[in-house]
Design a protein around this ligand. Structure first.
Ligand code: PLP
Length: 404
């Protein structure tokens, strides 16, 4: 019996977790996970929780999808780490890069693999500086791009970042979907880094024509347009990437979260001529030891193939409409969605905190948004079935009925 089995058999791990594992807030969820499968996470007492949030937009095929598990197991038994990124030819990496770029415009033909979303942001910012020779980056108010110092620099909400100053200079924030603010993009701008649909702002969709106008302004000024599709990518919005709804092509595309189907991986994708610039002046322009880890790449490839072969992406909007039609309730003020990226805004006299606590008690894991304190998130695995949607909606309606 391992130490882990012993500890687990004897007592809850909660005190040890609180004692030895760093936390990020005063009230962690403290759900003690036993195992997870499909749309469910099971705690150590056997209680199932519907993961309506896909572990923060990660588990696009649900938990422990057999194809992803098999890919991980096979790759782990074949080889894991061999050397730093970009030196050895590893088939999971190569095949994943090929498959990913096949889903995109032909100009997005080269992938730099990293380990996380924030790392994709860091790499993309460096790429923009290297390609344009400029250093100013523009990002949106109420955007979240990660928590490393570069990604944190992009945030406008200094309540979260003032303790970590100084951050990067040369960052400016524009308002999402403001046509007027496009004038702030100029010949000094290296890049505009933006989510095509704002996630943490509470699923905010740009006004018609905005993303096209943004593309045009970047073209006029020579700034790179970089889409952070770390939440919106991998089919969540009903297209492989959200920008494909609008027929716009970014210069750099960022993916992470659901890319690995539950394994850690991120990527920034651009044209080969741009990414080649990391190879000289200076050589080794961007490095990572574990980026594009073969096991993560194998998981990502299996995830992508399953998503495409089973056509889960095209079902996202249909499933969303089922949620919307079943969640008609006087305590719901508005539902915003693109595919299964959804925000449900409660009436303003209803306590979102009470709702969330009741949901947890009833075995439903939803989530807050960082910058929208009136809405909760629905972003389930794309494999969710109609029966499961009905079951979840019945529970949510029941909770709303009981709320004071
Ligand atoms: N970009 C967006 C839109 C995100 O939602 C997140 C994480 O929530 C990130 C970037 C950062 O990703 P990671 O947590 O993998 O660093």
């Amino acid at each position: 019996m391992s130490v882990f089995d012993e500890l687990r058999g004897m007592t809850s791990l909660r005190p040890l977790f609180l004692r030895h594992v760093a936390q990020t807030g005063p009230e962690p969820f403290l759900l003690e996970v036993d195992h997870a499968s499909g749309i469910y996470i099971y705690d150590v007492k056997g209680m199932p929780y519907v993961d309506l949030n896909s572990g923060y937009c990660v588990s696009v095929l649900g938990h422990c999808h057999p194809r992803v598990v098999a890919a991980v197991q096979n790759q782990a038994a074949t080889y894991m780490h061999t050397t730093v990124y970009g030196e050895h030819i590893q088939s999971p990496q190569v095949l994943l890069a090929k498959k990913l770029t096949e889903q995109l415009d032909s100009s997005l033909d080269c992938v730099f693999f990293v380990n996380s979303g924030a790392e994709a942001v860091e790499g993309a910012m460096k790429l923009a500086k290297r390609v344009t020779g400029r250093h100013e980056i523009i990002a949106c108010h109420h955007a979240y791009h990660g928590s490393t110092q570069g990604a944190d620099s992009l945030r406008s909400d200094i309540d979260y970042t003032s303790a970590f100053m100084p951050l990067l200079p040369g960052i400016r924030n524009i308002h999402f979907s403001s046509f007027d603010d496009l004038d702030l993009i100029n010949e000094a701008t290296a890049a505009v880094l933006i989510e095509p649909i704002q996630g943490e702002a509470g699923v905010r969709i740009a006004d018609p024509g905005y993303l096209q106008a943004l593309r045009k302004r970047c073209d006029e000024t020579g700034a790179l347009l970089m889409f952070d599709e770390i939440q919106t990518g991998m089919g969540r919005t009903g297209r492989f990437c959200a920008h494909q709804h609008d027929n716009i092509v970014p210069d750099v595309l960022l993916l992470a979260k659901s890319l690995g189907g539950g394994m850690p991986i991120g990527a920034f994708i651009s044209r080969k001529t741009y990414l080649n610039q990391f190879t000289h002046n200076p050589v080794l322009g961007h490095l990572t030891t574990f980026g594009g880890h073969p096991v993560s790449c194998a998981a990502a490839l299996a995830t992508l193939e399953e998503l495409l072969e089973k056509d889960f992406i095209s079902k996202a909007e249909l499933h969303a409409q089922r949620f919307i039609s079943r969640l008609q309730h006087p305590k719901i003020r508005e539902i915003r969605n693109v595919g299964l990226m959804m925000a449900v805004e409660l009436q303003h006299d209803i306590s979102l905190a009470d709702f969330m606590h009741h949901a947890l008690d009833h075995g439903i894991l939803t989530d807050w948004f960082l910058f929208d304190k009136r809405s909760f998130r629905i972003a389930p695995p794309l494999i969710i079935t109609e029966e499961e949607i009905d079951f979840v909606c019945d529970r949510l309606i029941d909770i709303l009925d009981r709320l004071g």
